[in-house]
Design a protein around this ligand. Structure first.
Ligand code: ARG
Length: 573
């Protein structure tokens, strides 16, 4: 039920009644309705000061006038407290409404078709080949995957893009290095470390010997021109890297619809230049071609081609935008990339307007940034001089979980340890607002009693086992006695369940999966408090049935919510 809409209608009519020539719209009223932080202030609240201008009165007086005789069957109480009109939804209304919505389609509860006919590209992960997949890439991978899931659940046609960093002069150096020392290495394991080592060695040589550097430049030109030997070696780097990245994607169970990296766009920059020229956006700057950014307050222009004519990172992004408008006809294209690139994306989206693409596409471009993540030992925790590897972090969490589960009697312990170990990391990385810098502590993430993934998974598992114990079988036509679902701890759970679809939409609107994470913690906590206060399996059949259905709802919400975050729920743990 749309309680905000009902309240807005009610207030709209009342305002008209008091002041017939008021020009306030229903929409304005709706936008001002809040959900109070404290339960004692009702389920919804309308701040009367927002009407002070229209009604030319003090908020408290407005509140009194509006509250006078204001009634509606959906609310058990409406009261004016210091200029806030607080609305208390009737318990039986909220219970009935929640169950009605749930019973129709319990396995897709909270989903919707708001995205029908709309396409959203979510670009995420995008690591650089032949370089370690670092913890920052883990965050974009986790966040991007959640956003992908959220849009999908809301009915959008959703496309997962991995804009692999697989282009640039460094690969020419690496090719040169590979030719010289490649045979010294066994690439069947830790290939990325070995490629990084080759890169380090060839760089040292380049620094000493300008002739080698020159040779590398030639190699890059050759690579760009499609020289078979260069392309073959570069493809090998890419395959070796993807093999390692895929291990991480497999652990997280993430699939991409496209892994067209930067190289895919390298031969598509001519059209970009032509279009920018047509829109008079290009100027020369010491042989390079650039777009002036002073209109958006930036001194340094946006470089499109270097003086030698080759493309750069930004050129390839422009080509990618153009390509995606045609290939996907997107309504939105999200870029889940660290905050460090915030200004870059602002500039990129500004320059994109000179490609002459439809305004719809320009409006749909959005950078979804995130803060830095560090490990308790410090930002670049080193292990024998190497980066702490993401793959190791994930596997470490799985083995720590196995250790915790060691003495438990559960089937399929390995699979369960994986779900919990991975889930703990995925959950912890989405707990705070994405923009905040955070410290990731594996021991905290694995605390079964904290506000963590395992805690939330356990809440769902407990619901499952209660249902199992009671031989619960869902029946869409079950006649549930709502009159037994009235005490406070029950109503708190129902209200949370009732809000699930709103929470998902909020998470989407703000590109903020943490809204779901924190909501799920609350659901788990409130259910636990309900469970402590109310016997679910009990003597009276009608009470037991009603509470079992509530338990089932909570289980569905927790499972669906965790799945949106990219986390699986085991049957037992
Ligand atoms: N490969 C880049 C990095 O690791 C991120 C790419 C972001 N996406 C983009 N379209 N520019 O920093």
């Amino acid at each position: 039920m749309n309680f905000k809409g009902i309240i807005a209608d009610l207030l709209f009519n009342k305002i008209k009644e008091i002041n017939s020539d008021s020009e306030i719209s229903i929409e304005e009223i709706t936008n001002n309705i809040e959900v109070p932080k404290e339960k004692k202030n009702g389920d919804y609240s309308f701040p009367c000061f927002t009407l002070a201008k229209v009604m030319k009165k003090a908020p408290v007086m407005i509140g009194n006038e509006l509250a006078e005789g204001l009634e509606n069957e959906n609310f058990e109480k409406i009261e004016n407290v210091n200029g806030f009109l607080n609305f208390y939804v009737s318990k039986n209304v909220i219970v009935k409404d929640t169950f009605d919505r749930f019973m129709k389609d319990p396995n897709n509860y909270g989903s919707s078709d708001e995205g029908k006919g709309k396409t959203v590209c979510v670009e995420f992960s995008s690591p650089n080949i032949a370089k370690p997949f670092h913890i920052g890439h883990l965050i974009t991978t986790i966040l991007g995957h959640s956003l992908y899931n959220i849009y999908k659940y809301l009915g959008y046609n959703t496309i997962a893009l991995n804009h692999l960093g697989d282009y640039g002069t460094q690969f020419a150096k690496m090719i040169e290095g590979y030719k010289r020392f490649g045979t010294e290495y066994d690439f069947s394991e830790n290939a990325i470390d070995k490629l990084a080592d080759i890169y380090k060695r060839i760089n040292e040589i380049c620094e000493e010997d300008p002739a080698v550097l020159e040779q590398c430049r030639d190699t890059f030109a050759k690579l760009e021109a499609g020289d078979p030997e260069c392309v073959e070696i570069w493809t090998r780097f890419k395959d070796l890297s993807l093999k390692e990245f895929n291990k991480i994607y497999d652990l997280l169970d993430i699939k991409f619809d496209s892994v067209n990296g930067e190289s895919f766009y390298a031969d598509k920059h001519e059209e970009v230049i032509k279009l920018l020229e047509e829109h008079n956006a290009l100027t020369d700057s010491q042989g390079a071609r650039v777009v002036d950014l002073t209109p958006i307050g930036q001194e340094v222009p946006f470089m499109v081609t270097k003086s030698n004519g080759s493309s750069i990172y930004g050129t390839r992004d422009l080509a990618a935008i153009l390509y995606r408008t045609r290939e996907y006809d997107f309504d939105k294209c999200l870029y889940v990339v660290a905050n460090e690139q915030k200004v870059y994306f602002k500039n990129l989206f500004y320059v994109a307007q000179f490609l002459g693409i439809d305004k719809k596409y320009l409006d749909g471009l959005e950078h979804v940034g995130y803060g830095m993540v560090s490990l308790p030992e410090g930002k670049m925790s080193t292990r024998k001089g190497n980066f702490l590897k993401v793959e190791d972090i994930l596997n470490d969490s799985i083995s720590k979980t196995s250790e915790i589960l060691k003495d438990r009697d559960i089937e399929d312990k390995e699979a369960v340890a994986k779900m919990i170990g991975i889930g703990a990391i995925v959950f912890a990385n989405q707990k705070e607002n994405r923009i905040k810098d955070q410290v990731f502590d594996i021991n905290e993430a694995l605390n079964f009693n904290g506000e963590t993934g395992p805690y939330t998974q356990y809440a769902a598992v407990r619901c499952k086992s209660i249902l199992e114990k009671a031989n619960f079988a869902f029946d869409a036509n079950e006649e549930i006695d709502y009159s037994v679902l009235t005490n406070d701890s029950t109503i708190e759970v129902v209200k949370l369940v009732s809000n699930f679809s709103d929470i998902i939409v909020q998470a989407k609107d703000k590109s903020e999966p943490s809204i779901i994470t924190r909501y799920l913690i609350k659901v788990a906590q409130e259910y636990s408090s309900f469970y402590n206060k109310n016997k679910v399996i009990c003597e009276e059949a009608n009470v037991q049935t009603a509470r079992l259905y509530l338990t089932y709802m909570v289980e569905q919400v927790l499972t669906a919510g965790l799945n949106l975050l990219g986390i699986k729920v085991p049957d037992h743990m």
